[in-house]
Ligand binder design. Structure first.
Ligand code: PEP
Ligand code: MG
Length: 770
């Protein structure tokens, strides 16, 4: 692995260990094991300085005899570790036992170790310990590896300081004041990554009242007056929402703006209005009545298990907050006005907040609540603002002005991080931006291997706003348009005309490039409230996607008709998800024909030159690929689901995430089998799962004769550069060997010679340590 990739994965894993741990010993044990494993060394040990004893003590090791923990002690003036501690600078020594400062401890049984690398743990300009790695071989370390090791030492120093702080705090009597503000030390919190990217800056905290507790019960003897007040507030709210909708429509398009239709509907909802009026009639004020009705709605949403529905509570709260603000005669909500560029820290962002987020002032967002399917997050994604959600303790910990790093790629949020971490991230950000600019400058070069194998690089999209990336990153077309987002952003099924308008915008926006429109792929983790999904024991194996569409033929045919109509405006194909049997393909064909006849008989203009492709994402479809190939025009392998179903590993379950490995030879066989069937059937084949965006997969996929890759548009330049570095013939040879492997590790070993080249030339490398 290159040091850039290594640094990110190791840093991420370490922050995870730190974030998840509650116990100092367990944490440091895990860290030394991780470092040893990832840096492929023979020993990793941690020494801490004990002030009272004036000794450096071994507190954790992986590789030395475990019985040495707590027993190996040395003065700062002794040994190589002492030298690192005293000099407060990193030290690399080969043939360590020949060094004049070398000191031998029999209990460690370390005779055979030749290379020593030690880095001091520094906190507030003094050393508090030393992190050491040792090797049996004489080994050299690159500047980047040294830099990474330094950064890790910075993280470990944070853990040590936190643990000491905690010990100090618990040892105090309850009325001893807490440490003053400047003593607050570095912390890493873990949330759910919602929008990728890195952002850093001072925290700006936006209070969002969860329960409107400040509204107290008041009585009125003028119910009619209160009802009038409520109607006026609702009307003013409606105007504000319409303004917002227009603003979002201009900025991001009609599709995203559709979110606000739900808000308008809620304001006009008879049930909601009725309940408010009833309470007013019973003698309460309009303000209290709205608060009570809202609280009831929110409570029933909280009790729902389904994350998608839970996220909809945000929309209700958004509307309620608006009406309450207007009823309490407050002027426009000023809570989102930033004094300087920074990181927004809040309980949740509502769609209204997201719509007014100024990209110039808000560099990143971290929230304590909110799932990643919430509309606001979908909007923040369109705006490209890095965002991490779901850090429960966030608002208890962060203080205004704390320095924050939001890492939307990993879900880590650093609070007042050590300087080394800030530096590391600044460098990552700068280098990454430079790297992207450089890669993007190559966007017009062809994606062709050194020996002439041509690959088409397509984009995966979900919203109309994604269209702007198509040309920017040089996509050859849209390989996968996930149509469920427009369905999720509404409270009733979009009509045929509405869908037609959305698809037509997408097709016209692609300006002559092919658009593969995937039919509705809902169910599983993507529920749509108005489609009344049943409660199922195993929703991923249940009534979802094409299975639902074949039963609800009206919904399916409405979508097919809208797609056929949009196909008059540019090249379009239909992509069918989650197919598991040949019978389903026959069913799809039949409904498509019916849709065509309906369009024809109602004299609505449409195009019948729409090709049909199948997503191969269920193992049975891969096994049946030979039969399926003669029924359709192309295949697109959805490796995200194929991996989940073939390995029986839930793709959203963290507990089994380590088993979710697409490099398992079983998955390779399914891909190769599908590619062979496509070749023999004379139809094109694509891969549109996440692996298409991973340059380490590129040689394998090319070696298996996959000539179309579809991915998030921003990865296209990276994959293009990888393709231009390799030879098809070498890829074929390596893929043949990989297909005979028994484990993912073996596959990785076989492919490792490509890795080195791709890592060096393609994956971005942080600049050298200054
Ligand atoms: C897949 O399963 O690989 C795929 C591309 O579809 P989705 O991620 O939308 O399920
Ligand atoms: Mg899928």
């Amino acid at each position: 692995m290159s040091s850039a990739k290594l640094s990110l994965s190791l840093l991420d894993r370490i922050t995870r260990v730190i974030g998840d741990s509650h116990d100092f010993r367990g944490t440091v044990d895990n860290i030394v094991s991780l470092v040893k494993e990832e840096m492929q060394t023979d020993v990793c040990s941690l020494y801490l300085y004990d002030e009272e004893k004036n000794l450096l003590i071994l507190v954790a090791t992986k590789g030395l005899d475990a019985s040495a923990i707590g027993k190996v002690e040395m003065k700062p003036s002794e040994g190589l570790t002492g030298l690192v501690y005293e000099s407060m600078t990193p030290l690399v020594v080969q043939d360590a036992h020949e060094h004049p400062r070398y000191r031998y401890f029999p209990v460690t049984r370390e005779e055979k170790l030749k290379t020593f690398l030690g880095v001091p743990l520094i906190s507030r300009r003094s050393a508090i310990g030393v992190l050491v790695i040792q090797d049996r071989q004489n080994r050299t370390y690159s500047t980047q590896e040294l830099h990474l090791f330094n950064t890790i030492a910075g993280q470990v120093a944070g853990v040590v300081v936190n643990a000491r702080l905690l010990r100090e705090l618990t040892a105090r009597s309850p009325d001893t004041p807490l440490l003053p503000e400047p003593e607050r030390s570095a912390l890493v919190l873990r949330g759910t990554p919602a929008t990728p990217g890195i952002a850093m800056g001072p925290a700006a905290i936006m209070e969002v009242y969860e329960d409107f507790h400040y509204i107290i019960e008041e009585h009125t003897d003028d119910p009619e007056g209160q009802k009038r007040k409520f109607r006026e507030a609702a009307e003013a709210g409606r105007k504000e929402i319409e303004e917002l909708r227009e603003r979002v429509q201009e900025q991001l398009g009609e599709d995203d703006a559709g979110i606000f239709n739900i808000h308008l509907m809620m304001l006009e909802d008879q049930g909601f209005n009725q309940k408010v009026f009833e309470l007013i009639d019973s003698g309460t004020t309009a303000l209290y009545a709205v608060k009570s009705v809202l609280a009831g709605y929110l409570k029933s949403f909280q009790d729902i298990d389904d994350q998608y529905l839970k996220d909809r509570a945000v929309d209700i709260e958004d509307v309620g907050r608006r009406v309450i603000r207007l009823l309490s005669d407050q002027s426009r909500d000023g809570s989102l006005h930033f004094q300087e560029e920074g990181i927004l820290i809040t309980r949740l962002i509502t769609p209204s907040d997201a719509a007014v987020l100024s990209t110039e002032m808000v560099r990143g967002v971290a929230t304590s609540a909110g799932g990643h399917t919430s509309h606001a997050i979908i909007l923040s994604r369109s705006l490209g603002i890095p965002c991490v959600v779901g850090i429960e303790e966030l608002l208890d910990i962060v203080q205004p002005g704390d320095y924050i790093i939001v890492d939307g790629n990993t879900g880590n949020v650093f609070i007042n991080p050590e300087k080394v971490i800030v530096k590391e991230y600044q460098r990552l950000l700068q280098d990454y931006t430079r790297h992207v600019v450089e890669l993007v400058s190559e966007k017009d070069l062809p994606a062709v291997t050194l020996d002439g194998f041509r690959v088409e690089l397509m984009a995966n999209v979900g919203l109309l706003s994604d269209l702007k990336f198509i040309d920017y990153y040089g996509a050859d077309g849209i390989g996968l348009y996930r149509t469920e987002l427009p369905f999720m952003a509404r409270s009733i099924l979009p009509t045929e005309d509405e869908q037609y308008r959305i698809y037509r915008n997408m097709v016209e926006g692609a300006r002559g490039k092919m658009v593969n429109i995937r039919t509705l792929d809902v169910g599983g983790d993507k529920k749509i409230p108005y489609l009344s999904f049943p409660t199922e024991e195993n929703p991923f194996l249940g009534w979802r996607s094409i299975r639902m569409c074949l039963e609800k033929a009206d919904i399916f045919k409405t979508q097919i008709r809208a797609i056929m109509r949009a196909a008059r405006h540019g090249p379009v194909s239909i992509l069918i998800p989650m197919v598991s049997t040949l019978e389903e393909v026959m069913g799809v064909r039949r409904l498509m024909e019916e849709s065509r006849v309906e369009l024809k008989s109602s004299k609505v203009p449409y195009s019948s030159s729409v090709q049909v492709g199948l997503m191969i994402e269920v193992p049975s479809a891969a096994l049946l690929a030979g039969k399926l190939a003669s029924e359709v025009d192309f295949f697109s392998i959805g490796t995200n689901d194929l991996t989940q179903y073939a390995l029986a590993v839930d793709r959203n379950n963290n507990r089994v995430a380590h088993m979710y490995d697409s490099m398992n030879p079983a998955i390779l066989s399914l891909i190769a089998m599908t590619a062979r069937a496509a070749r023999e059937g004379g139809i094109p084949i694509a891969v549109c799962g996440e692996i298409a965006a991973d340059p380490l997969w590129t040689p394998l996929l090319i070696g298996m004769e996959i000539s179309v890759l579809s991915m998030n548009a921003s990865s296209i330049p990276l994959i293009k550069r990888s393709i231009r570095l390799i030879r098809h013939a070498d890829c074929q040879r390596a893929a043949r060997r990989a297909l005979k492997a028994g484990t993912s590790a073996e596959v990785r070993r076989i492919m490792s010679r490509f890795d080195k080249m791709i890592q060096a030339e393609v994956v971005f490398q942080p600049t050298e340590l200054h």
